[in-house]
Every structure is written in C-alpha cells, then in structure tokens.
Design a protein around this ligand. Structure first.
Ligand code: HEM
Length: 427
C-alpha cells in the first residue's frame, strides 16, 4: 500500500497527477484530497459547522479537550482557554523562554568541546517540551521524565502508519515493551495534570496557564471548569508540545543549506541583541528571525494535514460531498502550490517581509484556519523567533556532509532518524 509506506509521497503524487481535488478510496472511506485554497477556506470557515474534526473524544490520554472536541462544548472551552494565550499574557512568558534557551546554549558550549555532532531535532524537541510545560504549569520535567516524554512522542509519531493501526501492532509482543512505556508515560502525565489542577485550585501565586484556567469563568453561566475538564485541557495543551520543536529542527536544516540566510539572521541578532538576552522591546525588531520561522513553516508545516469529516451532504466547489466523506488538506502541498507561490521550492524568508508579495490567506495555513486555528500560534511564533535569534548569536549549525535529510510524516512532520549537526561557535 503506497499510501501506508509513503503517505506524503503518495498525496503529493496524487496532487501532481490529478490536481486540486482528488477522490481517494482509503480502506472503506472516501477521502477528498483538497489542495485549492478556496476549498480549504470553504471547509474551515464558510461552512465549518458541517465539517468536524475526526472523532477522538474521550481518548484515554487527551480526554475531552480543545484538540478533540467539537460543537457547543468545544465553543465554551475555547472561550475559557483563549484568554490565557492573549498577547499580553505571552509577553509575560518571554523571560522564562529566554532562560530556557540560554540554559540549552550553555550545555551546548560544553558539548561542542567534545566536537560530537548533536541531534538538533531532539534538542529542539526537549526545549519545546520544556517551554510548553513552563508556560502551562511553571515547571520543567526532570531528566528521566523528559526522556520518557520524548520516547512517548517518538512512539506516537511512529504509530501514524495505517497498517500499524489496522493491525494494532502495539498488541504484539515485539511492540509490547515500547507501548507499555508509552502508556506508563501517559499515566504519569495524567497524574501530573491531577496534581497541578489540585494545587492550583488550592490557590497560590503561580501565574501560568493552569492558574488562569482554574480562575476562568464562563461568561454566560459564571461557571468554572470542573476538575476533569481542567485535567483534560491540561493534557490537550501539553500534547501540543512537539510543534515548535519540530519546526525549529527544519529551520536549522534549511539554514545549514543557506549560509547566506543564516548569516543575515546572525547579523540581525547581533544588531538587536548585541550578545545579551532578548527583552520584550527587542521582539518586534527580530523581524528577520520571525520571517525565517514563518518561511520554515511554509516549507515544512509540522502539522502537515488538516482533516475533517462531512456531516450533511454538501458540495465543495463543483464536487458532491456525501455525509461521512473525509476531507483532507495537506498543508505541505498548499504551501508549495505553484499557482499560489512563485518559486515555491525556494527557501526565501523575504516572502514574509512587511510589504512582501500578497498571498491567498488559505494558501498558508501552518496553524490551520477558521474557528479551530491553533490557540498557541502567537506563542509558537514568538518562541520560534527567540530560539532562532538566540542560537544564531552564538553558533553556526552545519549538517553532516553526505547525510540525506528525509521527511518522516508522523503526527508531526519530522526529519527522519533525527538531525545530527555540528556546532561551530560564532565569534
Ligand atoms: C509551530 C508550532 C505549532 C503548529 C505548527 C501548530 C499547528 C496547529 C494546527 C494546524 C492546528 C489546527 C488543527 C485543525 O484545525 O485540525 C492546531 C490546533 C491546536 N493547537 Fe497547535 N500548533 C503548534 C503549537 C502548539 C502548542 C505549543 C500548543 C499548546 C501549548 C498547541 C495547542 C493547540 C490546540 C489546543 C489546538 C486545538 C485548537 C482548537 O481546536 O480550538 N499548538 N495547531
């Protein structure tokens, strides 16, 4: 099954051969692969209520939170959680983020002395995990927990294979140990959610997302979230931890292929930061770093597909949609669509410069669009720019000569087998 072996290659080829709307039969399901931004706008915004996310409600790990819910429940939860991600709130997270990045850079300095390549994808994954937990509940997991969560994320990503899912390979002895570890870590994180919810409900001085969620009240009913709702939202937000790290890994890969862009980024950091840690005032001046991150998310949108299920019968453009049809839009294709991007394969952060070329809003959807747009989009953009700026002040990252970097399209789009790179201090 080509789709199973190489899901990204399969959809890219289907688009190339058949164009903007392709009808696929994947197992028993009819799936429309949709690659025209007008169609994407239609199912994400114009008739969004007819297109719901695939059912995952009450997944043992996620419970019923923002990622998986729909309808009235989702709407209420989104209203309650949204204020924790307002811009003023994010500003308060900046110095914590800068501390974490600085800690990583110090450890890199020691490790570069050993001149060993570093798995930069893993480093970014860990940093991104720590940024997320710190924003969520003001803590950074210890080393064994960090390692367990990273193993869990790797297992999660490997599971995306349709065949593995259909055969439920996790039941086989060979896989059992890996999956036992996976479920242990899920339970560990759910215990953490319980502990944090209980502590925040008792009160305290923490000023994190969980403290805000405990204090949030529904504007219509005045009700607070129940303990279960709080635990579920904790798990849903926690599960977003990989996104920024995966994008940053691709950023370093692209920069290693384009030293002139890496140098321009380093010059901006030197001019704006001059070797010190960033402050809030610096953020708008790290414009090029933001552009590099945005352009990276164009070429490698880590959340690479948007999937919806049609409720009632409908038409999408001129195509009839039966109830239950799966609508799948691949951001990787949209972001490289030759009708909507000039030289789409070229890494060019100036596309995102102020006053840069106009574009179709739904030809660029790294954070999705419409009502379900990523709640952490601004937080991720801020973090991405800070990491790029702070790291490039201190290091140049180089790929390993002759080593190919392939894409692993799991839950996130990741460099297959990690991303070993060497670090060279910048003088
Ligand atoms: C570069 C980093 C990230 C990318 C590219 C990304 C991408 C996305 C995308 C594409 C969606 C929409 C999915 C859909 O419509 O089917 C989404 C939703 C979501 N993301 Fe992110 N995300 C990132 C970081 C994060 C982080 C760090 C968190 C948590 C702190 C997070 C939490 C969420 C949640 C809760 C939703 C569901 C929103 C809703 O349906 O109301 N994301 N994300």
């Amino acid at each position: 099954m080509r789709h199973d072996r190489d899901p990204l290659g399969f959809v890219v080829e289907s688009f190339r051969k058949h164009g903007d709307v392709v009808r696929l039969k994947l197992g028993a399901e009819t799936t429309y692969l949709v690659s025209h931004p007008d169609h994407v706008r239609y199912f994400l915004t114009e008739n969004a209520n007819n297109y719901s996310k695939p059912p995952l409600v009450n997944d043992p790990f996620l419970g019923n939170g923002l990622f998986v819910s729909e309808g009235t429940y989702w709407r209420r939860q989104r209203r309650l959680v949204q204020p924790s991600f307002h811009r003023e709130r994010l500003n308060g997270l900046l110095s914590g983020m800068a501390d974490l990045i600085d800690g990583m850079l110090k450890s890199w300095e020691e490790r570069t002395r050993a001149a060993q390549p570093l798995d930069v994808a893993e480093e970014m994954g860990i940093l991104s995990l720590h940024m997320t937990t710190r924003a969520l509940y003001s803590e950074v997991p210890d080393a064994p927990t960090t390692a367990a969560v990273r193993r869990m994320m790797h297992t999660f990503n490997a599971r995306e294979s349709l065949l593995a899912r259909v055969l439920r390979l996790e039941r086989l002895p060979l896989y059992r140990r890996k999956w036992a570890d996976f479920f242990d870590t899920q339970r560990l994180m759910r215990r953490k959610a319980k502990e944090i919810v209980e502590r925040r409900r008792e009160g305290g001085s923490e000023d994190d997302i969980m403290a805000m969620l405990v204090a949030a009240r529904d504007r219509d009913t005045g009700e607070a979230m129940t303990e279960k709702e709080l635990r579920d939202e904790f798990m849903n937000l926690f599960s977003g931890n990989e996104g920024p790290g995966a994008a940053l890994a691709w950023g370093w890969h692209l920069l290693s292929l384009h030293p002139e862009i890496a140098d321009r980024l380093a010059s901006e950091s030197a001019a704006v930061l001059g070797g010190r840690a960033p402050t809030l005032e610096d953020l708008p001046r790290l414009r090029y770093a933001t552009q590099v991150f945005e352009e990276t998310l164009r070429l490698y949108p880590t959340a690479w597909k948007l999937v919806r299920i049609a409720g009632a019968a409908d038409t999408l453009g001129k195509y009839p949609v039966a109830p239950g049809t799966v609508i799948m839009s691949i951001s990787y294709i949209l972001h490289r669509h030759p009708e909507f991007w000039s030289s789409p394969e070229v890494f060019d952060p100036d596309r995102f410069a102020p006053g840069g070329p106009a574009r179709h809003k739904f030809a660029y959807v790294p954070f999705g669009g419409g009502q379900h747009i990523c709640i952490a989009n601004n937080l991720s953009l801020m973090f991405g720019a800070l990491v790029l700026a702070m790291v490039s002040q201190r290091f140049r990252l180089r790929g390993i000569p002759g080593r190919r970097v392939d894409i692993h399209p799991g839950i996130s789009l990741l460099p297959r087998g990690g991303l070993p790179m060497t670090l060279e201090p910048r003088r």
